[in-house]
Design a protein around this ligand. Sequence first.
Ligand code: GLY
Ligand code: MN
Ligand code: MN
Length: 429
Amino acid sequence: MKKISIESSFFTENRKKLSALMMADSAAVINSNDILPSNADGTVKFIQNSDLFYLTGIEQEETILMLNPGSRNEDLREVLFIRDYNQDLEVWEGKKLSPAVASEISGIKTVYELSRFEDALHDTMCSVTNIYLNTNDHDRSKNEVESRDLRFINYCKKYYPLHSYHRLSPLIYGLRTIKSKTEIDLLQKACDITGDGFRRLLKFVKPGVMEYEVQAELAHEFIKQGTGFADYEPIIASGENACFLHYIKNDDPCNDGDILLLDIAAGWANYNADMTRSIPVNGKFTGRQKDVYNAVLRAMRGTIKEMKPGLSVRDIIMITRELIAKELVDLKLVKPSDVKDVKQKSAEFKKYYPHDVSHFLGLGVHDVGVFEQELKPGMVLTCEPGIYIRDEKLGIRLENDIVITEGGNLDLMKNVPVDADEIEQLMNG
Ligand code: GLY
Ligand code: MN
Ligand code: MN
């Protein structure tokens, strides 16, 4: 994939902001993710720990960042540890990062090989009382595998039991929730490539193509542009499949008369777009399909209008529920009494609208952030209402990515076709 360089000043600034939040007499240690095994000697694709990437830009495994902002020795306030040089490994895997290159990427002056870590840690432990350690505190994470960070926490507690340990995540998640201009530009690029992929598949989809062939078209566009899919499995779901929210088999044909739901996006420099479009396989919506489509589109537009500083994600969720409830009544799918209290979704309401409208977006597809917190400029969120009518084998979801600004918001997907008429034109032109 394309080498994408982000100015090292971005990572330096992130470390500076984090160091400013740390209490006096403290250090922090952040580990990379593991390369996870699959079967035999196989491994799954390596994905860097988002917090480590945010603070260093280093995408290599077996990397550790140690921050000790109060150190008397200025050179030891930020230390990066990377894998030791290994000639044999180089023969198989090519060049790993040298200290000089790691320093250039991260902006960190002091880069040591990993074999020096234990001694350096000991020195740090002897000089501070408070240690911040990193844990995955995403409320939807369901990880049964012990991460490097967790193993390291156990190590620290065993060998340094009298230190005071603190969670790093509240500090770093707060920072990551507000995106800088650099991050918004990276997200915009991911959204633009996603849009290119979408335009490409509008010309490709026709009755009889397989869902995986649609995926291949997208992969072609993304890889040609030097990147890959965002960090979630693409959902390419025709007909009834669109009603299964996380359908990822993508192995059915797209049939004449189906709506094809595409929850697909590109990533860029570890930042993720997240987009959904729903298109008629034969290039023309039926009257019924267009009615449901426009209901979802009105709910999306009505929601985006409200996404501005002051309200919380929870508030936005309730606003969308009200909008969808009205559409469901107008479509005669539910009775007004079924949706009278949108706070408590009734079974009837849930049947047609089983999810909610938004999540934070960034280095994670479901990025870190607190739903109860007021929206602030720099937050990036999805807006993704949908209506699913399984009896009609019809599922429609639309999803754009929205940056909160001072006075309102900016839609990063504003250039990606979404009007039903425009989609029909592009499919037929
Ligand atoms: N693509 C996953 C989601 O929309 O949340
Ligand atoms: Mn989403
Ligand atoms: Mn999505």
